[in-house]
Design a protein around this ligand. Structure first.
Ligand code: ZN
Length: 683
């Protein structure tokens, strides 16, 4: 399976320098917002918490607002699922932390309390005890004795005690889980030398080895099936009476109590759907949730991808497989949104020209799609984030993931404008670009063009990149195994990088002039070689698929361009910079690498994928890493961001919802405690 989600890198990529010439969409939000709106509301560890606005919500009809409200409730009801999927004891940890925050009667001015709150906020942010991005377990800045004193000092708190358990037993149970670095050290591992299943803390498997999981799926997957279900997407593989079996997520099954609530709200949503097609989409999803039948999930996806008329849309289910070392199990996520019509026009221009780009793509013609089909292009406004999309959220999404559905029925590709905008606003004055730009020219170009260039590059990646190319007959979706996600992200990135420099972009009115494309190249090189290293702990390697893709691309073109001096590495005042000397030659290098990555994908060349990713995408130059981290530390910027959701309050008259009010003032701690209280349905 391929990862098809674009994550926001603005904080690190230094894209946050907002420009004067960006389209009306952004201006409009700005004037509605006024100056006093506080975009960033908290910062701790390596994280910052922001708010997003929901421009256009007030222009929805009362019935549309009601629909958003119901879908939003459904989006929140699966929060526990994501915690449990990440690690089997996460819910017990979170409930214990919640209970202490709500009930501790001791001294909250103790510096250790601050450390406790930082740890708790990190657990909330990561949906568990492992870093949401780096996957390592993070260790609290307070000790086990203090933890015990917090539990003891919270009399009457609502601790998650099992039958006969006392608070002291809970402390004994949780202490190694929270404090021992050797217990569940990684959310998941991609190290091919390890048993990927046994060495990963994720809760998709229990009591089984990688070999057993592979044998199990070899036994049920029919490789000749041209429309296969997404095997294992909504299940947990366990051993029962010595036999490997799957537990299926559904009403009455795995995660049943949470799924029942989701279904409750979805059924309400179906009652106020915008049209018949959308009602059938929602009903098909309910049908799938009731049965856990993956054929029904496909039926739902086909209905969903062909609903292009509705103004409001949503995702709710087990979708992306990044968190599974075997690349099969979907993490539960939700997103409620509605269309941003003006900004959508921009990506519609790209979609309308999809065949033009495909036909000229610098890859072997055998790997091109003869007919690029069903590439829909939308810019959306997020209204509610849930599960794997909360609080850390993607800025673009391209679904469904099943390749045969994409091929036969198309895919939906969206970029999330109000989230990108919030990132831009929150980092308006980020000093990162200044620090790593090699000269004033690059810096000024970033100020002027980085935001529009980044919007267009996101569109290219999502609207065209993932949808381009085809597999040769007989090549399976998962031929690249653990390397499929970084290779797929590299493919989409390269398609974007190759075409953003094409004169066609200016001809189509998408970029103001060719300088804008240069700004994107500056940013990609800076990010792939330097700034994204701020997200990696010293001594560690690169794990995350998008980061591996970015590193792979930047290091490959840097090395391949050496004979012609395409990119120079220089040092000034002990600081390293990378200067692009020839943007045209760099574009040709991107084209060459695109051809190779497409070949690897189309042929299912596992060795080729492994070689590229391991050579260019994984390893970190220690000396340069140290320097980047030191420079970054002096800037005091949080490398990762996430968002609190708005609060939607229905206005009821005579038992009917006549309006829905949006409140953007809820704080991070308040929201997390409220979610823990009101949307927690699993044991
Ligand atoms: Zn992507």
């Amino acid at each position: 399976m391929n990862g098809k989600r674009l994550l926001m890198m603005a904080a690190v990529a230094g894209l946050g320098l907002l420009l004067s010439n960006v389209g009306c969409r952004k201006k409009k939000i700005e004037s509605a917002a006024g100056k006093e709106f506080q975009w960033q509301i908290d910062q701790f560890a390596d994280l910052k918490i922001m708010r997003y606005q929901v421009p256009g919500f007030d222009r929805l009809t009362p019935r549309q607002k009601e629909l958003v409200y119901y879908l939003g409730e459904a989006a929140l009801c699966g929060r526990d699922i994501m915690f449990d999927q990440n690690y089997r004891h996460n819910l017990t940890v979170r409930r214990t932390l919640d209970a202490i925050v709500a009930g501790y009667t001791g001294d909250r001015n103790d510096p250790r309390w601050d450390a406790f709150m930082t740890y708790t906020k990190r657990v909330w942010f990561s949906n568990g005890i492992h870093h949401h991005y780096a996957n390592d377990k993070f260790i609290p800045g307070f000790d086990a004795a203090y933890f015990a004193s917090l539990v003891e000092g919270s009399p009457g708190a609502d601790f998650p005690l099992v039958a006969g358990q006392k608070p002291g037993d809970l402390v004994a149970f949780l202490t190694p889980i929270i404090f021992d670095p050797a217990v569940a050290p990684k959310k998941f591992t991609q190290d091919p030398k390890q048993d990927l299943v046994a060495a990963s803390a994720v809760n998709f498997y229990e009591g089984v080895t990688q070999a057993e999981v592979e044998r199990y799926y070899d036994g049920i997957v029919d490789r000749s099936d041209e429309t296969p279900v997404s095997h294992g997407l909504n299940t947990r593989v366990v051993k029962k009476d010595g036999k490997v079996v799957e537990e299926v997520a559904r009403v009455g099954g795995l995660y049943g109590p949470a799924i029942e609530k989701i279904v409750f709200w979805l059924e309400k949503a179906a009652g106020v759907a915008e049209n018949d097609h959308q009602r059938r989409v929602i009903e098909a999803l309910v049908d799938y949730y009731r049965t856990g039948d993956l054929e029904k999930f496909d039926a739902y996806n086909i209905l969903w991808v062909t609903d292009t008329a509705s103004h409001i849309d949503f995702i709710n289910g087990f979708i992306e497989v990044y968190n599974d070392p075997m690349g099969m199990k979907g993490s539960w996520e939700a997103l409620v949104n509605f269309m941003d019509r003006e900004a959508t026009k921009r990506s519609e221009i790209l979609a309308a020209n999809a065949q033009w780009f495909e036909d000229r793509s610098p890859v072997d013609p055998r790997f091109r799609k003869k007919r690029v089909k069903g590439v829909t292009a939308k810019v959306i406004t997020a209204a509610m984030l849930g599960g794997d999309c909360y609080p850390s959220t993607p800025i673009g999404i391209n679904l469904p993931n099943a390749n045969w559905i994409r091929k036969n029925h198309g895919s939906k590709s969206v970029t999330i404008a109000n989230i990108t905008y919030a990132y831009d606003q929150a980092s308006l004055n980020s000093p990162l670009t200044r620090e790593f730009a090699p000269n004033d020219e690059v810096f000024e170009r970033a100020r002027k063009y980085a935001s529009i260039a980044s919007d267009i590059s996101t569109d290219l990646h999502e609207v065209l990149g993932h949808g381009s190319g085809q597999l040769l007959p007989g090549v399976s979706d998962d031929a690249l195994k653990n390397y499929s996600s970084p290779i797929e992200e590299a493919r989409a990135d390269l398609f974007s990088l190759y075409y953003i420099m094409d004169p066609r972009m200016v001809e189509l009115g998408l970029l103001p002039d060719p300088e804008a494309a240069k700004a994107e190249y500056d940013s990609e090189i800076r990010n792939g070689l330097q700034t994204q290293l701020t997200r990696i702990e010293f001594g560690k390697e690169i794990e995350q698929a998008h980061m591996r893709a970015r590193s792979l691309i930047a290091h490959w073109v840097y090395e391949q361009g050496k004979p012609e001096n395409v990119i120079t590495r220089t040092t000034r005042d002990g600081k390293t910079y990378f200067v692009i000397n020839d943007y045209g030659k760099l574009r040709r290098l991107y084209g060459r690498l695109l051809a190779e990555v497409q070949r690897i994908t189309s042929e299912g060349d596992y060795e080729g994928a492994r070689n590229l990713v391991e050579t260019y995408g994984v390893r970190v130059d220690r000396e340069l890493h140290r320097e980047v981290l030191d420079r970054f530390a002096r800037l005091n910027i949080a490398p990762y961001g996430g968002f609190v959701n708005p609060v939607y309050r229905p206005v009821v008259d005579n038992g009917r919802i006549v309006d829905v009010e949006v409140d953007l003032t809820e704080g991070y701690v308040e929201q997390m405690l409220r979610y823990g209280r009101d949307y927690s349905f699993l044991k």
